[in-house]
Design a protein. Structure first.
Length: 278
Protein backbone atom coordinates (compact mmCIF):
# COMPACT_ATOMS: atom_id res chain seq x y z
CA UNK A 1 0.00 0.00 0.00
CA UNK A 2 2.86 2.33 0.82
CA UNK A 3 4.49 1.50 -2.54
CA UNK A 4 1.27 2.42 -4.37
CA UNK A 5 0.98 5.72 -2.54
CA UNK A 6 4.61 6.57 -3.24
CA UNK A 7 4.18 5.73 -6.92
CA UNK A 8 1.06 7.89 -7.07
CA UNK A 9 2.85 10.82 -5.49
CA UNK A 10 5.72 10.57 -7.98
CA UNK A 11 3.27 10.54 -10.91
CA UNK A 12 1.47 13.61 -9.54
CA UNK A 13 4.75 15.52 -9.10
CA UNK A 14 5.85 14.70 -12.65
CA UNK A 15 2.51 15.85 -14.04
CA UNK A 16 2.74 19.10 -12.11
CA UNK A 17 6.27 19.71 -13.41
CA UNK A 18 5.15 19.01 -16.98
CA UNK A 19 2.18 21.35 -16.72
CA UNK A 20 4.34 24.10 -15.16
CA UNK A 21 6.96 23.88 -17.95
CA UNK A 22 4.25 24.00 -20.58
CA UNK A 23 2.77 27.13 -19.07
CA UNK A 24 6.20 28.79 -18.85
CA UNK A 25 6.98 28.02 -22.50
CA UNK A 26 3.60 29.32 -23.59
CA UNK A 27 4.13 32.63 -21.74
CA UNK A 28 7.63 32.98 -23.16
CA UNK A 29 6.20 32.60 -26.65
CA UNK A 30 3.77 35.41 -25.98
CA UNK A 31 6.60 37.65 -24.80
CA UNK A 32 8.59 37.02 -27.97
CA UNK A 33 5.63 38.00 -30.10
CA UNK A 34 4.95 41.14 -28.08
CA UNK A 35 8.59 42.26 -28.29
CA UNK A 36 8.30 42.41 -32.07
CA UNK A 37 5.85 45.28 -31.67
CA UNK A 38 7.30 48.65 -30.64
CA UNK A 39 4.87 50.73 -28.68
CA UNK A 40 4.48 54.27 -30.05
CA UNK A 41 5.09 55.63 -26.56
CA UNK A 42 8.60 54.10 -26.43
CA UNK A 43 9.55 55.43 -29.88
CA UNK A 44 9.01 59.02 -28.76
CA UNK A 45 10.98 60.98 -26.16
CA UNK A 46 9.78 60.30 -22.69
CA UNK A 47 7.78 63.40 -21.84
CA UNK A 48 7.94 62.67 -18.15
CA UNK A 49 11.74 62.53 -18.24
CA UNK A 50 11.90 65.75 -20.27
CA UNK A 51 9.60 67.48 -17.81
CA UNK A 52 12.00 66.67 -14.98
CA UNK A 53 14.71 68.76 -16.71
CA UNK A 54 12.52 71.85 -16.72
CA UNK A 55 13.30 74.05 -13.73
CA UNK A 56 13.29 77.68 -12.63
CA UNK A 57 16.41 78.45 -14.64
CA UNK A 58 15.13 77.02 -17.92
CA UNK A 59 11.81 78.81 -17.42
CA UNK A 60 13.59 82.11 -16.74
CA UNK A 61 15.65 81.74 -19.90
CA UNK A 62 12.51 80.93 -21.89
CA UNK A 63 10.85 84.11 -20.62
CA UNK A 64 13.72 86.50 -21.39
CA UNK A 65 15.46 84.95 -24.40
CA UNK A 66 13.16 86.39 -27.12
CA UNK A 67 13.98 89.94 -25.95
CA UNK A 68 17.79 89.58 -25.98
CA UNK A 69 19.34 91.19 -29.06
CA UNK A 70 22.67 91.52 -30.78
CA UNK A 71 23.87 95.06 -31.48
CA UNK A 72 26.27 95.40 -34.39
CA UNK A 73 27.91 98.83 -34.42
CA UNK A 74 30.10 100.61 -36.97
CA UNK A 75 32.04 103.53 -35.55
CA UNK A 76 34.08 106.10 -37.42
CA UNK A 77 37.20 107.16 -35.59
CA UNK A 78 40.54 108.81 -36.17
CA UNK A 79 43.71 106.81 -35.71
CA UNK A 80 47.30 107.90 -35.91
CA UNK A 81 49.49 106.17 -38.47
CA UNK A 82 53.24 106.49 -38.90
CA UNK A 83 54.55 108.37 -41.90
CA UNK A 84 55.04 106.09 -44.93
CA UNK A 85 58.22 108.01 -45.70
CA UNK A 86 59.99 107.03 -42.51
CA UNK A 87 60.68 110.61 -41.48
CA UNK A 88 60.42 113.99 -43.08
CA UNK A 89 57.72 116.61 -43.49
CA UNK A 90 55.01 114.73 -41.51
CA UNK A 91 57.35 114.19 -38.58
CA UNK A 92 57.16 117.88 -37.76
CA UNK A 93 53.45 117.43 -37.04
CA UNK A 94 53.49 113.95 -35.55
CA UNK A 95 51.93 110.86 -37.10
CA UNK A 96 49.38 111.06 -39.91
CA UNK A 97 45.69 111.19 -38.81
CA UNK A 98 43.57 108.63 -40.64
CA UNK A 99 39.81 108.16 -40.63
CA UNK A 100 38.66 104.55 -40.45
CA UNK A 101 35.56 102.51 -39.66
CA UNK A 102 35.66 100.09 -36.75
CA UNK A 103 33.07 97.36 -36.24
CA UNK A 104 32.14 96.16 -32.77
CA UNK A 105 29.48 93.89 -31.30
CA UNK A 106 27.50 94.07 -28.09
CA UNK A 107 24.21 92.94 -26.60
CA UNK A 108 21.00 94.52 -25.45
CA UNK A 109 17.57 93.72 -24.12
CA UNK A 110 14.18 94.99 -25.30
CA UNK A 111 12.29 96.46 -22.35
CA UNK A 112 9.46 98.16 -24.27
CA UNK A 113 7.48 96.36 -26.98
CA UNK A 114 7.49 99.57 -29.06
CA UNK A 115 11.15 99.00 -29.85
CA UNK A 116 13.19 100.44 -26.96
CA UNK A 117 16.34 98.60 -25.98
CA UNK A 118 18.72 98.92 -23.03
CA UNK A 119 22.44 98.53 -23.63
CA UNK A 120 25.72 99.98 -22.41
CA UNK A 121 26.79 103.42 -23.55
CA UNK A 122 30.23 102.10 -24.49
CA UNK A 123 28.56 99.72 -26.97
CA UNK A 124 26.89 102.45 -29.07
CA UNK A 125 28.78 105.66 -28.19
CA UNK A 126 30.01 107.33 -31.37
CA UNK A 127 28.14 104.86 -33.61
CA UNK A 128 27.76 105.76 -37.29
CA UNK A 129 25.53 102.75 -37.91
CA UNK A 130 23.63 100.41 -35.58
CA UNK A 131 22.13 97.10 -36.64
CA UNK A 132 19.95 95.20 -34.18
CA UNK A 133 19.33 91.46 -34.65
CA UNK A 134 16.55 89.68 -32.76
CA UNK A 135 16.63 85.98 -31.82
CA UNK A 136 13.94 85.34 -34.48
CA UNK A 137 16.51 86.65 -37.04
CA UNK A 138 14.69 89.91 -37.77
CA UNK A 139 17.06 92.82 -38.39
CA UNK A 140 16.45 96.50 -37.70
CA UNK A 141 18.39 99.72 -38.05
CA UNK A 142 18.78 101.36 -34.66
CA UNK A 143 19.30 104.88 -33.41
CA UNK A 144 20.54 106.13 -30.06
CA UNK A 145 17.46 107.57 -28.35
CA UNK A 146 19.32 108.58 -25.21
CA UNK A 147 22.71 108.06 -23.62
CA UNK A 148 24.45 108.58 -20.28
CA UNK A 149 28.17 108.12 -20.88
CA UNK A 150 29.08 108.71 -17.24
CA UNK A 151 26.94 105.84 -15.96
CA UNK A 152 27.40 103.73 -19.12
CA UNK A 153 23.76 103.26 -20.08
CA UNK A 154 22.14 103.92 -23.46
CA UNK A 155 18.67 103.61 -24.94
CA UNK A 156 18.41 102.37 -28.54
CA UNK A 157 15.24 102.67 -30.65
CA UNK A 158 14.20 100.39 -33.51
CA UNK A 159 11.10 100.78 -35.66
CA UNK A 160 8.98 97.91 -34.47
CA UNK A 161 5.89 97.23 -32.41
CA UNK A 162 4.53 94.31 -30.44
CA UNK A 163 8.10 93.17 -29.96
CA UNK A 164 9.01 90.69 -27.21
CA UNK A 165 9.93 92.65 -24.09
CA UNK A 166 11.65 91.49 -20.92
CA UNK A 167 10.25 92.24 -17.48
CA UNK A 168 12.41 94.53 -15.34
CA UNK A 169 12.79 93.38 -11.75
CA UNK A 170 13.90 94.97 -8.49
CA UNK A 171 17.64 94.89 -7.87
CA UNK A 172 17.14 96.11 -4.30
CA UNK A 173 15.78 92.66 -3.45
CA UNK A 174 18.89 90.75 -4.54
CA UNK A 175 20.34 88.22 -2.12
CA UNK A 176 24.00 87.25 -2.18
CA UNK A 177 24.23 83.63 -3.25
CA UNK A 178 21.00 83.48 -5.24
CA UNK A 179 21.04 82.24 -8.83
CA UNK A 180 21.93 84.65 -11.63
CA UNK A 181 21.64 84.10 -15.38
CA UNK A 182 23.60 86.09 -17.98
CA UNK A 183 22.33 86.24 -21.55
CA UNK A 184 24.00 87.89 -24.50
CA UNK A 185 26.11 87.68 -27.60
CA UNK A 186 29.68 86.79 -26.58
CA UNK A 187 32.16 87.06 -29.46
CA UNK A 188 29.36 87.73 -31.92
CA UNK A 189 27.86 84.25 -31.93
CA UNK A 190 24.36 85.70 -32.30
CA UNK A 191 25.25 86.87 -35.83
CA UNK A 192 25.50 83.24 -36.94
CA UNK A 193 23.07 81.67 -34.48
CA UNK A 194 19.90 83.52 -33.63
CA UNK A 195 19.79 82.26 -30.05
CA UNK A 196 21.70 84.17 -27.34
CA UNK A 197 24.21 82.37 -25.17
CA UNK A 198 23.25 81.57 -21.59
CA UNK A 199 25.51 81.20 -18.57
CA UNK A 200 24.52 80.54 -14.98
CA UNK A 201 26.12 81.53 -11.69
CA UNK A 202 25.24 83.25 -8.47
CA UNK A 203 25.11 86.79 -7.15
CA UNK A 204 28.61 86.93 -5.68
CA UNK A 205 28.23 90.36 -4.06
CA UNK A 206 26.22 93.57 -4.27
CA UNK A 207 27.07 97.26 -3.89
CA UNK A 208 30.57 96.99 -5.38
CA UNK A 209 32.08 100.45 -5.96
CA UNK A 210 34.97 101.34 -8.25
CA UNK A 211 37.35 104.29 -8.31
CA UNK A 212 36.95 106.97 -10.96
CA UNK A 213 38.28 105.99 -14.39
CA UNK A 214 40.19 107.97 -16.97
CA UNK A 215 37.18 107.88 -19.29
CA UNK A 216 35.17 109.55 -16.46
CA UNK A 217 32.73 106.66 -16.21
CA UNK A 218 31.37 105.93 -12.76
CA UNK A 219 30.47 102.45 -11.57
CA UNK A 220 28.71 102.48 -8.21
CA UNK A 221 26.71 99.83 -6.32
CA UNK A 222 27.55 97.24 -8.98
CA UNK A 223 26.32 93.65 -8.89
CA UNK A 224 29.09 91.06 -8.91
CA UNK A 225 28.38 87.64 -10.46
CA UNK A 226 30.34 84.56 -11.43
CA UNK A 227 28.04 83.82 -14.38
CA UNK A 228 30.34 83.84 -17.42
CA UNK A 229 30.51 87.26 -19.10
CA UNK A 230 32.78 87.73 -22.11
CA UNK A 231 33.43 90.21 -24.89
CA UNK A 232 30.16 90.91 -26.65
CA UNK A 233 28.06 90.34 -23.52
CA UNK A 234 28.14 94.04 -22.66
CA UNK A 235 24.63 95.46 -22.56
CA UNK A 236 22.94 92.09 -22.13
CA UNK A 237 20.65 91.27 -19.21
CA UNK A 238 21.46 89.64 -15.89
CA UNK A 239 18.34 87.73 -14.86
CA UNK A 240 17.00 86.12 -11.70
CA UNK A 241 15.20 82.77 -11.61
CA UNK A 242 11.86 84.56 -11.86
CA UNK A 243 12.79 85.66 -15.38
CA UNK A 244 13.21 89.31 -14.35
CA UNK A 245 16.08 91.54 -15.48
CA UNK A 246 18.00 92.62 -12.38
CA UNK A 247 21.08 94.10 -14.03
CA UNK A 248 22.85 95.03 -17.26
CA UNK A 249 26.11 93.13 -17.80
CA UNK A 250 28.88 95.67 -18.23
CA UNK A 251 32.45 94.47 -17.67
CA UNK A 252 34.71 91.82 -16.16
CA UNK A 253 37.93 91.88 -14.19
CA UNK A 254 40.50 89.78 -16.00
CA UNK A 255 44.18 90.05 -16.86
CA UNK A 256 43.72 87.80 -19.89
CA UNK A 257 40.55 89.43 -21.21
CA UNK A 258 38.59 86.19 -20.78
CA UNK A 259 36.10 85.31 -18.09
CA UNK A 260 37.50 84.21 -14.74
CA UNK A 261 34.27 84.41 -12.80
CA UNK A 262 34.37 88.08 -11.79
CA UNK A 263 31.76 89.98 -13.77
CA UNK A 264 29.82 93.12 -12.98
CA UNK A 265 26.37 94.42 -13.89
CA UNK A 266 24.68 97.76 -13.39
CA UNK A 267 21.67 97.29 -11.06
CA UNK A 268 18.38 97.54 -12.93
CA UNK A 269 16.98 100.04 -10.41
CA UNK A 270 19.83 102.40 -11.30
CA UNK A 271 19.14 101.76 -14.98
CA UNK A 272 15.46 102.66 -14.54
CA UNK A 273 16.44 106.00 -13.00
CA UNK A 274 18.84 106.72 -15.87
CA UNK A 275 16.28 105.79 -18.55
CA UNK A 276 13.82 108.24 -17.06
CA UNK A 277 16.33 111.06 -17.56
CA UNK A 278 17.74 110.37 -21.02
Amino acid sequence: MKRINLFTIIIILLLNAFITMALINRQAGKNVVSNDFVSPSTSQPNKAAAAKRINSITEAVKAVEPAVVSINVIKTEYVRAASPFGFGFFDFFGSIPLLRQVESIGSGVIYDSNGYIITNAHVVSGAAQIKVILPDKREFSGTVAGIDDIHDIAKVKINGNKLPAAQLGNSNDLITGEWSIALGNPYGFLLNDSKPSVSVGVISAINRNFAARQDRREYKAMIQTDAAINQGNSGGPLVNINGEVVGINTFILSESGGNIGIGFAIPINSVKSILAKI
